[in-house]
Design a protein around this ligand. Structure first.
Ligand SMILES: NC(=O)c1ccc[n+]([C@@H]2O[C@H](COP(=O)([O-])OP(=O)(O)OC[C@H]3O[C@@H](n4cnc5c(N)ncnc54)[C@H](O)[C@@H]3O)[C@@H](O)[C@H]2O)c1
Length: 335
């Protein structure tokens, strides 16, 4: 194997990190590429990564390259191809003597992290680097990071693949179809309970536009089961597990990498939130869940030729309004 890819993962000692990192080097995510890993943590826990690195070595993963760990993000960022930004401060933690409960406090604290990381990525990351923000509030963190990076040739995304995977799983049961037969599952808007999982534009067995609506034909189920179940699934997992989704979040991050690394099949798309550009009349300058396709030159574009019903547009507006509000709450970090 001659090709190498350098991947930075923050929050590497966290629960998503533990599930995610081994699978970056198992030969499935980056096929035929040696993967150099830069694992980043806060100084208080960085030493724990010694144990993870030992486990990676003991696993004999076929694609493992150089593995470094540190709390020095700038050094880690040098010439990196991919940034998986998982590390963030969770709600409920005591930070500087204050319990962080409010979304606005969470936005400010995590925004500060993404401001610094964004600057370093813009300056030291590869010019075609791809950045996937997983740490919440993911969309607004990505907006802050992208703004600070000030490097438009890099691609900033916030993760909505987990929501898309959840929606596919629920639809496959409703339609009595294998998950593999459901494609083009788009999550519009914010990665929050306002997100809109677009059941109308799905393809079932490759069949065309608005099949979702025809195939399901059960608005009661859509309104009272499908939409709330997808939107509230994160909380349901926390309630059941006593901890937030980790292995499914890690799988979704890997799915996003794979979707970007391989050209998208004609007619399909994948879900992630990217900076809006006016398509679908979305407000500009927010990081919003959109339909995306990867091209053979490695670039990723918004798929622009789908239709949205009045029902969908109304639901999406609730979510984009929320993103505009979040943006207002962090104006000071966007200068
Ligand atoms: N977008 C999604 O679909 C999705 C799904 C699940 C979880 N999440 C989010 O992912 C994040 C991580 O979840 P987790 O379960 O792994 O949490 P976790 O608390 O187990 O791990 C987070 C890790 O990030 C580290 N960290 C904090 N600040 C950092 C910084 N500045 N630089 C580097 N590392 C830093 C912490 O030390 C910790 O080890 C949370 O914000 C969670 O809400 C997002």
């Amino acid at each position: 194997m001659e090709d190498r890819v350098k991947v930075v993962v923050t929050g590497a000692a966290g629960q998503i990190g533990y599930s995610l990192i081994p699978r970056l080097i198992d030969g499935h995510t980056f096929k035929n590429k040696i993967v150099d890993l830069e694992l980043v943590e806060i100084p208080q826990v960085v030493d724990k990564l010694k144990g993870l690195v030992m486990e990676l070595e003991d696993s004999n993963f076929p694609n493992m390259g150089d593995v470094n760990f540190s709390s020095d993000f700038e050094t880690a960022a040098k010439n990196a191809d991919w940034f998986l930004l998982v590390g963030s401060i969770p709600r409920g933690i005591v930070h500087n003597g204050k319990k962080i409960e409010e979304r606005s406090d969470l936005l400010q604290i995590n925004g500060g992290i993404f401001l610094e990381q964004g600057k370093a990525i813009g300056q030291y990351g590869k010019s075609n680097a791809k950045i996937l923000v997983v740490g919440n509030p993911a969309n607004t963190n990505a907006l802050i990071g992208r703004n600070a990076a000030n490097n438009n040739s890099q691609l900033w995304m916030a993760m909505t693949m987990l929501d898309s995977n959840r929606a596919k799983s629920i639809l496959s049961k409703k339609l009595n179809s294998d998950i593999a037969n459901i494609s083009r599952m788009i999550i519009w808007g914010n990665h929050s309970p306002t997100m809109y999982p677009d059941y109308e534009n799905i393809l079932v067995n490759g069949a065309s536009t608005f099949i979702g609506q025809d195939a399901i034909n059960d608005m009661d189920w859509i309104n009272n089961e499908f939409l709330p179940t997808v939107q509230q699934r994160g909380k349901a997992v926390i309630d059941a597990r006593g901890a937030s989704s980790a292995t499914s979040a890690a799988k979704a991050a890997l799915d996003t990498v794979i979707a970007c690394e391989n050209p998208t099949a004609l007619g399909d798309c994948f879900s992630a939130a990217v900076i809006t550009d006016g398509s679908y009349d979305m407000p500009e300058g927010i990081i919003c869940g959109m339909p995306l396709m990867a091209l053979s030159d490695g670039s990723v574009e918004i798929v622009k030729d789908l239709s949205l019903s009045d029902f969908a547009e109304k639901k999406i507006k609730i979510s984009t309004d929320e993103l505009i509000e979040e943006r207002s709450a962090v104006q000071d970090l966007l200068k």
